[in-house]
Design a protein around this ligand. Structure first.
Ligand SMILES: Cc1ncc(COP(=O)(O)O)c(C=O)c1O
Length: 362
């Protein structure tokens, strides 16, 4: 290839995204607890809607997503005109970076923040800036101190991945209000539905003109494989993002499945309460084995070990027993393992297997 053919600035700095493993060679019945998927799957209504829509696969999909935006607006009490739908919330993150940050601009994210913020910033040619957290919690003062006249975007997930921690609404408001005038705050609410009574920051979007919220169907709605997410923000910003959105970015089966899922509020309520119960049980069981974790507000637990070596050895032991969890050294947490809250039997298996490991290794 000609040495003169070069990708855009920043692209070669991107380390490809590492997804959660899904199989262990030679182990039957492995359980995947590495990608924060819903162990109960998708609601039946979403599966049926997906299949029905697939009959029309020769037709191009609708481009304005009006039915899905209408359903999201109705269920969450939001203005559908200010909603944009994408191929997972990842695509909304990409649009935000593409539209609001370029060469010479800074995109802030926090120490243990979700990896797509850095990847999307680099893909847009912008400079990613990592800000320290305080004991695995987003630190508003540190973010405000790191802002410069070049800062265009600030990304925080609330609850955060992979820590599972959250900051309160007044802290988020203080952040939005303290940002420089050219900076847009992105509130990533991928796990918002796991928090009882939490709006993901929607009310803050209403009361501020510099906040966009992103949400996903990949977690509590059980549609990770279908790839649908959305964003909510000021009308002018959503209009900008729609200019770079491919007109047919979502297929009819995607749109139909997501619409059915968002309307199934009973399913969401059940998954939220099951997750809360099993998460508390798992955290307590691990604590009894001497493995602490921060109080998680999401569908996973960040188990902390005294050393990286012990975390890695425990991961290997879990894997050899068919339990796939996530190493998070790449997120600056080398002595931790992120464990998705599975169904009851998976939680029991995880706790039992970690107990067995510690009996022989401590
Ligand atoms: C914090 C956070 N944001 C965004 C995403 C992206 O989700 P999706 O693109 O599936 O909507 C994830 C997925 O793990 C996540 O953890």
């Amino acid at each position: 290839m000609s040495a003169k053919i070069k990708p855009q600035a920043g692209i070669l700095d991107i380390a490809p995204y590492q997804g959660g493993a899904s199989k262990v060679a030679g182990v039957e019945n492995s359980v995947k607890l590495s990608s924060n998927e819903n162990p109960f799957g998708a609601p039946e209504a979403a599966k049926e809607a997906f299949s029905r829509a697939a009959h029309n696969m020769h037709r191009y999909p609708n481009t304005d997503h009006a039915a899905l935006r209408g359903a999201i607006g109705e269920i969450h009490n939001l203005d559908p005109e200010r909603i944009i739908c994408g191929v997972g919330s990842d695509e909304i993150i990409t649009f935000l970076c593409q539209c609001y940050a370029g060469v010479g601009d800074e995109v802030l994210y926090t120490e243990h923040g979700f990896s797509m913020y850095k990847i999307s910033a680099l893909a847009a040619g912008a400079t990613p800036v990592c800000v320290p957290e305080r004991e695995r919690v987003v630190d508003v003062d540190a973010i405000l101190a790191a802002c410069t006249e070049k800062t265009k975007l600030v990304f925080i997930a609330n609850p955060a991945n992979p820590t599972g921690t959250m900051i309160g609404t007044s802290e988020v408001a203080r952040l939005a209000e303290g940002l420089p005038p050219q900076t847009l705050l992105v509130l990533d609410g991928a796990y918002a539905e796991y928090v009882e009574g939490f709006d993901g920051g929607a009310a803050l979007v209403e009361s501020h003109d510099n906040i966009v919220m992103t949400r996903t169907f990949s977690k509590i709605y059980g549609l990770g494989g279908v790839r649908v997410g959305w964003g909510y923000g000021p009308k002018e910003i959503i209009d900008v993002l729609n200019r770079v959105r491919g007109p047919f970015n979502l297929s009819e089966p995607q749109l139909a499945a997501a619409e059915a899922a968002v309307r199934d509020t009973a399913w969401v309520d059940k998954c939220r309460s099951d997750n809360a119960r099993l998460r508390a049980w798992l955290a307590e069981a691990l604590m009894e084995h001497g493995v602490p974790s921060d109080t998680s507000c999401a569908n996973f637990i960040l188990a902390r070990f005294p050393t990286q070596a012990e975390a890695e050895a425990c991961d290997e032991f879990l894997k050899s027993n068919g339990l796939i969890v996530r190493r998070v050294a790449g997120y600056g947490l080398p002595n931790c393992l992120r464990i998705t809250v599975g169904d009851e039997s998976s939680c029991r298996r995880v706790a039992h297997t970690i107990g067995q490991f510690l009996e022989t290794n401590r």
